[in-house]
Design a protein around this ligand. Structure first.
Ligand code: ADP
Ligand code: MG
Length: 739
């Protein structure tokens, strides 16, 4: 069966490439001599296109509050600009630091590692990184790479980010939820820092004691009721101690510089947002990448990706570079990985080996970093990635890119909830993906769509903040002191309706009080890197004595699927899952699975026999460990278990999920309690086909109809108790809640 994907203009897939690359494969394990290493890397640094702009960049950043820098992928923005700033002395002899944010953990760690090498310091010394639950930095760290989520957390503790003189927002074009919140918060912080710095300078000039720091909380600080017009509160009488209380010690505090970096040409918008900040364009020195389109639209892009990979592998010499395939998500990646492993086992003699290397956000970190390891002898790496590898990451050795043309994005409808959708990418994403083939030498990009389809793609993607549930955002903003989120200066404003929905949800969860002010519980919930509903469940578990189980189940719900259901082994898989089934539904079924998994220590043969997705359960353990640490820090007894009385765990879930309940109707359908939507129990659920009077679910997903995922049976009286204001009149459906 000689199926192929046709790229009509592709030379390399007909004629083997003549030139091989010098794929860097130095895996010697010698201890590095930091200085020597930095010296060795210096010529590479100086050869980067950005090097000639070094002084112009330093000058512009030191002279302006905000600068927007645009440069082609590979020009050296991420690795060089932070170093230029370090060399410029902007950190006042190490008294302050520079923060560089990345949308993803793996980018923050891998870039920090590279930059530490270039600077010639051990990682965690002058150059370090901090990501959630992992701090590789010290008091000596002047250049800190971190995720944007982490910097947001720092703002909670230090509202003026006093320790930083510069914040570099990298990959801003990705417009992730957190990047967007950070943009707004930083703008606000910068304004306040400018004001404080000016007061400090004035005080110094008149050589008086510092005085008169008047907090100007236009959007930060104290609280305001929903929908109430913002008071113009200028408190001219405030004195320094007031400021100290709100912001900490501000004596000697200087301006905050912001650098926004992006690989695409959306610079005008960033500049506009930051009061017409200057834009610097850095010319790239991208190696040429030849792009090919398919002649026909592909009905199955997974199949096409698999075939195109094999074509590249068999038609070009293996030393002509590795392959990077862009797919939409974990499921796609695992499917193509399986197809490739099958094909790899049956390659003709003499053809080099093929090594698929997946990388996606939910993959445990240790496995993510495997993509950076050089391939073994006589082997070609095929990296299967989500858009995690679209920018920021430099994976050495890539010369061929296959672009499926799709990605997974969040979608939100207040009536239905949030869902994940596979959608076509934007032109700017397509160009980014293509660029990954030309980082080290000339390369090739195979687009699994036609040129006509490319022409139809939107120029840019819609920012995540406009298409997702906002409860977590609003909680974060409130916890950071933003009093009126309706008036928060978003770069792209989410709809009023979505913001209102989030405020009401937080109110129902007791995170906000009647006046819209954050409650102590809300503050507590904001500590969690989770949707507020889950934080509420964990909170409720303390009183119910089942914190162990609550943390376990919340962790279990963080992955898409715990079981493998291969299309050709559906029945076997279902039968194997029966071993873990709880009559109460999926939440306790998952818990049973986790307990069994732990008992056998995650044994891989056991996982195979039980169709358990080992990789995902290991991710669950990772999340669980993180939550354990956080809860312990907050003083919870994380080992407090309810033993076999598992109904108390389900009741805890209702403390967060009372909105996600549905009742069985006389006609056999389920209707949601809040929106009266018809919801269907997902076929993968253990309650599928059962007639359970009342249920709650983790989420609704829209496939061909509205499906409830992760469903459990409850007594409706529990719902009434969990949300008396909303559902107080519900009668108990007695103990016969399962059948
Ligand atoms: P940009 O942010 O403009 O896309 P980077 O600063 O990330 O560019 O990278 C510039 C160049 O530095 C890359 O093209 C590559 O040659 C080199 N480089 C960056 N990171 C690494 C790394 N981890 N290993 C090897 N080379 C790297
Ligand atoms: Mg970069």
């Amino acid at each position: 069966m000689a199926k192929t994907v046709v790229f009509p203009d592709s030379e390399p897939l007909k004629d083997a490439l003549s030139a091989g690359t010098q794929g860097k494969k130095n895996g010697s394990g010698k201890r590095p001599d930091y200085r020597a290493q930095a010296l060795r890397l210096r010529p590479q640094r100086q050869a980067l296109p950005i090097y000639s702009a070094r002084s112009a960049i330093i000058k512009s950043i030191t002279e302006n509050p905000t600068v927007v820098i645009v440069g082609e992928t590979g020009s050296g923005k991420t690795t060089q600009i932070p170093q230029y700033l370090l060399e410029s002395g902007i950190t006042a002899g190490g008294k302050t630091a520079i923060a560089v944010t990345q949308p993803r953990r793996v980018a923050a760690t891998s870039i920090a590692k590279r930059v530490a090498e270039e600077v010639g310091t051990p990682l965690g010394g002058r150059v370090g990184y901090t990501i959630r639950f992992e701090d590789c930095s010290s008091d000596a760290t002047q250049l800190r790479f971190c995720t944007d989520g982490l910097l947001l957390r720092e703002i909670l503790a230090d509202p003026l980010l006093r320790r930083y003189s510069v914040v570099v927002l990298d990959e801003a074009h990705e417009r992730t939820l957190r990047t967007d919140i950070l943009l707004g918060m930083l703008k606000d912080i910068q304004r306040e820092r400018t004001r404080v710095a000016q007061l400090n300078r004035d005080a110094e000039q008149t050589s008086e004691e510092p005085k008169g720091y008047a907090p100007d909380h236009r959007s930060r600080g104290t609280h305001v009721k929903f929908d109430e017009p913002e008071e113009d509160e200028k408190n001219d009488d405030a004195v320094a101690p007031v400021m100290d209380e709100v912001h900490g010690d501000v004596s000697g505090l200087d301006d905050l510089h912001i650098v926004v970096m992006s690989a695409t040409l959306d610079a005008e918008r960033f500049s506009e947002y930051f009061d017409k900040a200057p834009i610097l364009y850095v010319a790239g020195r991208q190696f040429p990448v030849t792009t090919y389109y398919t002649s026909e639209p592909q009905s199955d892009y997974l199949d096409a990706a698999h075939l195109a990979t094999l074509q590249i592998h068999t038609d070009t010499p293996s030393d002509s570079g590795d392959v990077l395939v862009f797919l939409s998500g974990q499921e796609d990646i695992e499917n193509v990985e399986r197809l490739l492993l099958d094909s790899a086992a049956n390659l003709p003699k003499g053809v080099p080996n093929l090594l698929p290397c997946p990388i996606f956000a939910a993959l445990p970190q240790a496995q993510q970093s495997r993509v950076f390891d050089p391939a073994p002898e006589f082997t070609r790496k095929v990296i299967l990635a989500t858009n995690i590898a679209e920018t920021s990451l430099t994976i050495p050795g890539i010369r061929h890119v296959i672009d499926s043309g799709v990605h997974k994005v969040r979608g939100f409808d207040p009536r239905v909830g949030e869902s994940l959708l596979v959608e076509p990418i934007s032109k700017s994403s397509a160009r980014q993906r293509t660029g990954r083939a030309g980082r080290e030498a000339a390369g090739f990009c195979y687009r699994l769509y036609t040129e006509a389809d490319y022409a139809q793609l939107p120029e840019d993607s819609i920012p995540e903040i406009k298409r997702c549930q906002l409860s977590m955002v609003v909680l974060q903003l409130k916890a950071s002191g933003v009093k009126d989120v309706m008036k928060f200066d978003f770069m792209d404003r989410p709809s009023r309706k979505a913001l209102k929905h989030a405020l009401l949800e937080l109110y129902a969860l007791d995170a906000l009080d009647d006046t819209g002010e954050l409650t102590p519980l809300g503050k507590w919930m904001a500590e969690f890197p989770l949707e507020p509903t889950y934080a509420k469940v964990i909170y409720a578990s303390a009183a119910a004595g089942c914190t162990r189980e609550a943390i376990d189940i919340v962790s279990l719900l963080s992955v898409d699927s715990l079981f493998y259901v291969p299309a050709d082994k559906r029945e076997e898989s279902n039968a194997a899952q029966m071993a873990f089934r709880s009559a109460d539904g999926d939440h306790l079924t998952y818990l049973n699975l986790l307990r069994a998994f732990n008992k056998v220590n995650g044994d891989s043969v056991w996982c195979q026999e039980h169709f358990v997705n080992r990789r995902n359960v290991r991710h669950v353990l990772d999340v669980r460990q993180q939550l354990n640490r956080l809860c312990a820090r907050l003083g919870m007894d994380i080992e407090r278990s309810c033993g076999t009385d598992l109904t108390s765990v389900l009741r805890c879930f209702l403390a967060g999920f009372f909105h996600n309940c549905a009742m069985l109707q006389p006609d056999g359908t389920y209707r949601s309690l809040n929106g009266s939507q018809v919801v269907n129990i997902h076929p993968a659920s253990s309650l599928f086909g059962k007639k359970t009077p009342a249920i709650f679910y983790d989420q609704l997903v829209f496939t061909n109809k509205l499906h409830a995922r992760a469903v459990s049976a409850v007594d409706s009286a529990w719902i009434a108790q969990a949300a008396p204001k909303l559902y107080g009149r519900l009668q108990s459906n007695s103990s016969a809640y399962t059948s």
